[in-house]
Design a protein around this ligand. Sequence first.
Ligand SMILES: Cc1ncc(COP(=O)(O)O)c(C=O)c1O
Length: 433
Amino acid sequence: MVQLEAGMDRGGLTRRDFVARSLLAASVMPVGLLARIANKSPEIQPEEDWVRRARSQLPVTRESTYFQTGAYGPSPQPVIDEIAKRLAFQNRGPADPRFNKPMGEIEPDLRSHLAETFHVGPAGVALTHSTSEGISIAAWSLNWTEGDEVIISNQEHPSNVIPWYLLRDRYGLAIREINLDAGTSLLDEVRDKLSARTRMVSISHVSRNNGRRVRTEESADLARMLRARDIVYHIDGAQGPGCVPVNFHELGCDCYSTCGHKWLLGPKGTGAFFVREAALDRLQLSWAGAHSHADMDYEGSYTLLPSAARYEFGTRALSDFAGFRRAVSWMQEFGLERIHTRIQDLVAYAIDRTEQSDKLALTSPAAAEDRSGVFVMRLPDACDALTVYKSLSGDPKILTSPVRREGDLRLAIHFFNTEEEIDAAIEAIDAVC
Ligand SMILES: Cc1ncc(COP(=O)(O)O)c(C=O)c1O
């Protein structure tokens, strides 16, 4: 089934070939699976042209059933080609103005494109190499003193935990943890942990552990509450852009760390840090270097760039940033809104399928406004998530991820996935458990 699916998406198939192969696939499918496919909700049609077109440009769809976008997003061929083209161009003369000058346009173009797409002020985007880099920019931006407090949640990635451990050990910072399991109230949780010593709140926009999405309105309410107390509000958005709608301005936070290499399907090792322009001077630099400054002399004077580009420094992988730009526009060619809607529909389907199973339960929130493409299920007690992950990634080549809570397994469901892939994964999980 998985192999046939992969074959269907090889570029250049005619409609007739596609139908013929689908019939062949149907003839070897289990009866139960056939019935479910026949009953599938009409709004999700994997054979829709735009999805098939996207899949034909994603080499990953020919190799595996890929539910690991939450770890590493698979890049489409136009992105891979763009990186190769730019790298070859640059190396015709990296310091030669004929090549150096056009390469120098890549970063400003990407910054302004990200600003426009995600509603950040024009001077509010720094290009980084990962979400973790942005988180560290935020974490080290204050002059912490012993007894200061940060609030994080119980759903964070190690990248939004380790920097706080370091600051705790170095400066005596205290870490307070809120509970963002499905069904808790973000505002109440934060309110409960606030103190006169709280200086920063740092939480995930979309949790990699349970897929819960912080709603834009609740984030805006939280931002108001924190700003009134002069507390910095940082969001870890590794699982945000490309997965759920992101409007930085409406989220209301001071800064937002994200990456190009997950749901935006960009090159690995690309990221961005969004900053509210009014917060630029508050979020001080801990690392800097050539290109962070607007002016300097060797007598001790310097002026930082007036924009978030001040957080960048040194020589950088420009062809990768060109690939990041191409990835965002590739997604936009299909339509970010359409992509988000399809992710929601596929996740609704996965929820239905999980509820039909007498072995599996839901860890992710069920309500549409709280959920995301990060779909996490609870396995039965006797079933170990690591064993399931290993067993599925072997022969059926279905790539899933174990997450923090033992017994939870994640399917990162992107728009290029299909109902048939969800069926195949759930049946395989059921069989292993
Ligand atoms: C919520 C979250 N934060 C941070 C990270 C780290 O991302 P990066 O590799 O871009 O630093 C991840 C990666 O999976 C994540 O899921």
